[in-house]
Design a binder for this molecule. Structure first.
Ligand code: SF4
Ligand code: F3S
Length: 376
């Protein structure tokens, strides 16, 4: 099997195909401290792409509550259990990736969920780990916790779906790294579902093919962010193009958050797929849990994020989330605001003030000679 370099695990690894990095990689950053589980992203995606026959149980985007939420049921605990011990030595992953742990003759370690596993997309929603006594809260140590984890296809650099499809129907676009399934080639073998540890391809019982998140490529090709990003009420999402890990551009917001400040981390990097959805970890969750989910740099990321309020550049990058429908290629911090530059035409796409202007309406409206209520 060919050997490829995976920067997220700090070493070479085996992969069924020669590594071909795309010209540029479309990537997402999700800030988990801001997600409110409103599921607007889920519905934005559903109404745009999966309202057809055979797509009833498909959620290309879903939001699950960790630690007890899963879609499909148990997706991550099952594959983590199959993979066995996962050890890091510093920034280098010392255990096996899913490609390295595959049984003889198989491209990747995986499993196919049962139909019933898709029956309860909201299982575990809002369930905390541990009980909170009535009225109590934990000021310093979070013994009881939960957080919301929005999930889409990670448009992996080394996709398990692509690596395992015998028909070569799953492919990665060279121009932007978006991973698609060619519906004309697909014969419904479902090896892609088995081989994707994140369980992002879904089988369509009507067309008898598998379908998945397409990163809203018709929007992206026009310089527009995907539907789940622009519709997000919590403003937790930002997209753009990620440079290679050793050639980051400091003024590119995605590079800045992932490569320069390292505040956004991949989901289960130890699987070895080099996923391209990056998460800013939730600051209130025990590091032991987060370390397994986001790798050894998670505590550092939390520390950096906690200081963002006093760090104008980082704060500026974070304030671009949810501020524009356009994909940004650059940002710069000015005295009172952060400016985002449009990828397509280089013009100013958005300007966000550090302090929102506040208007205080007086209790007595002299123009209409009335008093206003509820304006304390
Ligand atoms: Fe393929 Fe799954 Fe990676 Fe998406 S998340 S590219 S479906 S392996
Ligand atoms: Fe291949 Fe998956 Fe279709 S394995 S043939 S893309 S169902």
């Amino acid at each position: 099997m060919p050997t490829v370099y995976n920067w997220q695990i700090g070493r070479d690894m085996t992969f069924p195909y020669e590594g071909h990095r795309p010209e540029k990689q479309f990537a997402y950053v999700f800030d988990l401290n801001k997600c409110i589980d409103c599921q607007t992203c889920t519905i934005a995606c559903k109404t745009t792409w999966t309202s057809g026959k055979g797509q009833e149980v498909m959620l290309w985007n879903n939001v699950e509550t960790k630690p007890y939420g899963f879609f499909p049921m148990g997706w991550d605990v099952k594959i983590l259990d199959m993979l066995g011990a996962q050890e890091w030595k510093g920034d280098v992953y010392a255990g096996k990736t899913l490609f390295e742990a595959a049984e003889k003759g198989e491209p990747v370690l995986g499993y196919l969920p049962e139909d019933i596993d898709y029956a309860s997309p909201n299982v575990g929603e809002d369930d905390c780990l541990g009980m909170v006594e009535g009225g109590a809260y934990h000021a310093n140590e979070h013994l009881s916790w939960m957080f919301y984890l929005p999930r889409i296809c990670n448009h992996c650099t080394y996709p398990g779906c692509l690596g395992s499809c015998p028909r070569k129907a799953a492919y990665k676009r060279p121009q932007d790294g978006i991973v698609l399934i060619d519906q004309g080639r697909c014969r419904g073998y479902r090896e892609c579902i088995k081989g994707c540890p994140y369980k992002r391809p879904f089988f369509n019982n009507h067309t008898r093919t598998s379908e998945k998140c397409i990163a809203c490529y018709p929007f992206v090709e026009q310089g527009q962010q995907p539907q789940c990003v622009t519709m997000c009420i919590g403003k937790i999402r930002l997209t753009g193009y990620l440079s290679e890990h050793d050639k980051p551009q400091k003024d590119n917001p995605i590079d800045y958050l992932v490569h320069v400040r390292k505040v956004a981390l991949p989901l289960y990097p130890q699987f070895g797929l080099e996923p391209n959805v990056y998460y800013i970890p939730p600051v209130h969750v025990p590091p032991r849990y987060l370390r397994q989910m986001f790798g050894p740099r998670v505590e550092e990321a939390v520390q950096t994020y906690r200081k963002a309020k006093d760090d104008k550049e980082l704060l500026g990058a974070l304030m671009l989330f949810g501020s524009t429908e356009r994909i940004l290629k650059q940002f710069r911090v000015e005295k009172d605001s952060v400016v985002g530059i449009d990828l397509m035409n280089g013009s100013e796409a958005v300007r966000v003030p550090f302090t929102e202007p506040t208007v205080v309406r007086p209790f007595r409206d002299e123009q209409h000679l009335v008093y206003r209520h509820n304006i304390t």
